[in-house]
Design a protein around this ligand. Sequence first.
Ligand SMILES: C=C(O[C@@H]1C=C(C(=O)O)C=C[C@H]1O)C(=O)O
Length: 407
Amino acid sequence: MPDPSTAAHLIQNALPIENAYSLFLAGVETQLPSVLWRLPNQKEVQLLVATSGAQTQLPPLEGPIAGFAFCPFEASEDIHNQFLPADIYYCGKADAQIQVNSASVPDHFWPLFQEIAQKRQPQLPGNWPVHPEGSNSEIERTVFEETVAIAVSAMQAGCLEKVVLSRTKTLPLAKEVDLIQQFTRLTQLYPTAFVSLIAIPGVGTWLGATPELLVQINKHKVFRTVALAGTQPLTDGLTPADAIWRQKEIEEQALVQRYIVSCFRHLRLREYVEMGPRTILAGNLLHLRTDFSAAMDEVGFPKLGTQMLELLHPTSAVGGMPRAAALKMISQLEPHQRRYYSGYLGPVQIEGETNLFVNLRCVELGKDTVTAYAGAGMTPDSDPAKEWLETEMKMQTVLRLFQDSHS
Ligand SMILES: C=C(O[C@@H]1C=C(C(=O)O)C=C[C@H]1O)C(=O)O
């Protein structure tokens, strides 16, 4: 239950967004799992601090437990699902109050928040969480292209239909880099993306602007997911409606679409709505997207979100087809651990909604570096050089901010 006395904690002469940022920074300074996010097509920045710590078990997506999920591509002994309970939650809009849903707030949290908020130009934390094993290693262009060629040969030989291979790129980080400012820039640059900045001690700090919804359950209990795949840059002077797609991308996206249909079939659910594919814009890139929805109560699947999440992740948009063969090839060919890249993240039962997204177009913070991750769907028709360029363009979605700060 929210404690009514917490209204006093808000800094009344600060903007809602400033209060959200100050709460986030107080959470990071106190070394508590903390996350800031902005939903697609919305203005408000939302904030959550898990004062009771992160849990490794995800609650049902239909409620009643509220929090934020941050899950890896593949959970293992070294890398876990993270669920941040909504112990402190604030939706940065006029008249909203801070909700405190736990008794576990450390004594020094509120004075620290007040101090950060009064300064207006808050001190940036020197101690952002980083992965205990440091930055992931980077792959050279020639090696990546050779790897793609190996995957293409395997697909031409009929071993599998599609595999998504990813790579990383690490840049040195300027000392003065301000992640809150970068988060703000991402919200401005990408109004239709899910923008997030998450800091979990012992796990790491990730910043991203993803275009890919994985599971949504809205206030009316409507379930939604999308099949997103196929990539091309937006050419000057053209609109998404002008896009012409090659057979390769059409097939690549159709695979993801069929995979989602097979998940519905597995549950024996027939009454879903399918729309598309149509071309959408994500930053400077175009993708093909098919939208799926189902009214959960009407179709007799009140837990459809949780059931579909189990079946969907990892979809063939980030893994491949058939799934087991693709995951095996990824673990054999990729020299890095994906960690939380191409996993999923988002609020669970916050303000009555669940919104999980695939963790794409993201960077992970290192001690004095920043590492971008991106992948591309390989099919028997893939051209290794083009796939390199595609991953480069995807990485630029977030990495361009860090390049600017060096110039
Ligand atoms: C794998 C990524 O993106 C996914 C792969 C795409 C593709 O292969 O064309 C397009 C959109 C995403 O579903 C990424 O951004 O890293």
